[in-house]
Ligand binder design. Structure first.
Ligand code: DQA
Length: 148
């Protein structure tokens, strides 16, 4: 079974409580539970992590690089700033999908640019928690060679 590493960045541990008008009502554990159900349906194995620090996110990517076949990442605020996370994604040479709950292109100008997306196959942004479900389906397409 293909292995999918799910990485969530800073403040996403507060989902459900944090600006629900922007990020939706689902908590991170509810999102992860829905992803687990979908992963099982798709025949994928999943490990999900969350870190509030840049180094923490990079360590997760490094530590799981031998296990994972693909990465789904929401770098949260680091999306717009982190050369180091983009470099970590490139370093491990795993197909990576960037995910956002909100549509970062329809928000403040500083959120319109993603530093990390250029290291990824593509970006899914604006479908609230459903962005993560779409990312799992895209991961399956990538792993099975229909998207590269
Ligand atoms: C986010 C968008 C980022 O701009 C923001 O800093 C987040 C969440 C999203 O999922 O919509 O923390 O990545």
């Amino acid at each position: 079974m293909p292995n999918i590493l799910v990485v969530n960045g800073p403040n996403l541990n507060l989902l459900g409580d944090r600006e629900p008008n922007v990020y939706g009502a689902a908590s991170l554990s509810e999102i992860v539970a829905a992803m687990e159900t979908e992963a099982e349906r798709l025949g994928l194995k999943m490990r999900a992590y969350q870190s509030n620090s840049e180094g923490g996110i990079i360590d997760i990517i490094h530590n799981e690089r031998g296990w994972a076949d693909a990465i789904i990442i929401n770098p949260a605020g680091y999306t717009h700033t982190s050369v180091a996370i983009a470099d970590a994604i490139r370093a491990v040479r795993l197909p990576t999908i960037e995910v956002h709950l909100s549509n970062i292109h329809a928000r403040e100008e500083f959120r319109n640019r993603s530093v990390t997306a250029s290291a990824c196959i593509g970006q899914i942004s604006g479908f609230l928690s459903y962005s993560y479900i779409l990312a799992l389906r895209a991961a399956k397409e990538i792993i099975e060679g229909r998207i590269s």
